[in-house]
Design a protein around this ligand. Structure first.
Ligand code: FAD
Length: 288
């Protein structure tokens, strides 16, 4: 991607339909602008028309049958959302660690997911919460589970002319809890390691759902289903947590980069998997 984003034209739709029409009209020259915190840093090769979607009413966080988060909800909106309790609290933990105040006011959850870099923080949380992305285009609507959304390094299933409008989260009970852990060298740096863990307990304390998602451990964020399956149907104890952490470590395939070596990152993934599952369990049992 080229590092410059030279804007020759700027449009500001106020409805989803207007945004979709603008995307169709401008084709490859058009690019969606939400908070701009990635776009203006990374640029957008070949694009010259900014389609600024910030005036569209897509920043709702609504609890109902399912919790729904509008794609334009900012990090600040998520940080302050009273609806995000139990397992859903991990989104607030991720928001709390996201850059500084100005970035929190601008950056949106839709932009974070669409950017699709594996070091970003909301994707592992949304994976751990069984999120489904709602995508709209002039061709209609489709709903894509986050587990099928990322298809390669910074590659997603998003097609030309498509807009993420919201995320619908999975069903987690009052006996669920979660934890989001992130190692970063400063508040404004990306994660060296990030991990989201969720457990949902039956009335007798047996684990009925477990989710562990890694965000910095390969070209795309992903769930470690083998570790999840190990925990489901059992009362989670230290031995199971150690075993699940070993599985996470083995599943990780991080890159050697200036933020940390492969061995170091794998070591931290093992440590964070243990901590994440323990915190999730404690919170599900309401002992925090
Ligand atoms: C100083 C600083 C600190 C940061 N710290 C963190 C951090 O701690 N954790 C973290 O995860 N990230 C961090 N970031 C990265 C960035 O803030 C996030 O990725 C942010 O959520 C991106 O959202 P945005 O609204 O700014 O996206 P934009 O920059 O507006 O867009 C990003 C990309 O997504 C596309 N897009 C945006 N919205 C949609 C949509 N609804 N549908 C389809 N495509 C869309 C755009 O066309 C563009 O390609 C940081 C960035 C900076 C500059």
């Amino acid at each position: 991607m080229n590092n410059r984003f030279e804007v020759s034209d700027y449009v500001k739709p106020t409805t989803v339909d207007e945004a979709l029409a603008a995307l169709d009209r401008h084709g490859a020259a058009g690019v969606i602008l939400a908070g701009g915190t990635n776009l203006f840093l990374e640029g957008a090769a070949g694009a010259s028309v900014a389609i600024d979607i910030k005036d569209i009413a897509l920043s709702q966080i609504v609890s109902g049958d399912r919790l729904r988060i509008g794609a334009l909800s900012t990090v600040g909106d998520i940080r302050n959302a009273p609806e995000l309790t139990n397992a859903y609290y991990i989104l607030k933990e991720a928001a709390d660690l996201h850059g500084h105040n100005l970035i929190m006011k601008l950056a949106t959850i839709g932009g974070n997911v669409a950017n699709a870099h594996p070091v970003l923080d909301f994707p592992p949380c949304l994976l751990a919460l069984d999120a489904v992305a709602v995508l709209k285009s002039s061709r209609g609507e489709r709903r894509v589970p986050l587990s099928e959304f990322f298809v390669g390094f910074k590659k997603t299933v998003l097609q030309n002319g498509e807009l993420i409008t919201e995320f619908e989260l999975g069903d987690f009970s009052d006996r669920s809890g979660g934890a989001f852990l992130k190692l970063a060298w400063s508040r404004v740096d990306m994660a060296v390691i990030n991990l989201a863990a969720v457990v949902d307990l039956a009335a007798d304390g047996t684990c009925q759902k477990a989710r562990i998602a890694l965000g910095t451990a390969g070209p795309t964020p992903f769930r470690v289903e083998e570790a999840e399956q190990l925990l489901i149907g059992k009362k989670i104890d230290d031995a199971l947590i150690d075993e699940a952490a070993k599985i996470c470590k083995a599943a990780a395939n991080p890159v050697d980069y200036f933020r940390g070596s492969i061995d170091y990152k794998k070591h931290i993934i093992g440590v964070y998997a243990q901590r994440g599952i323990r915190s999730a369990l404690r919170r599900a049992g309401k002992e925090n």
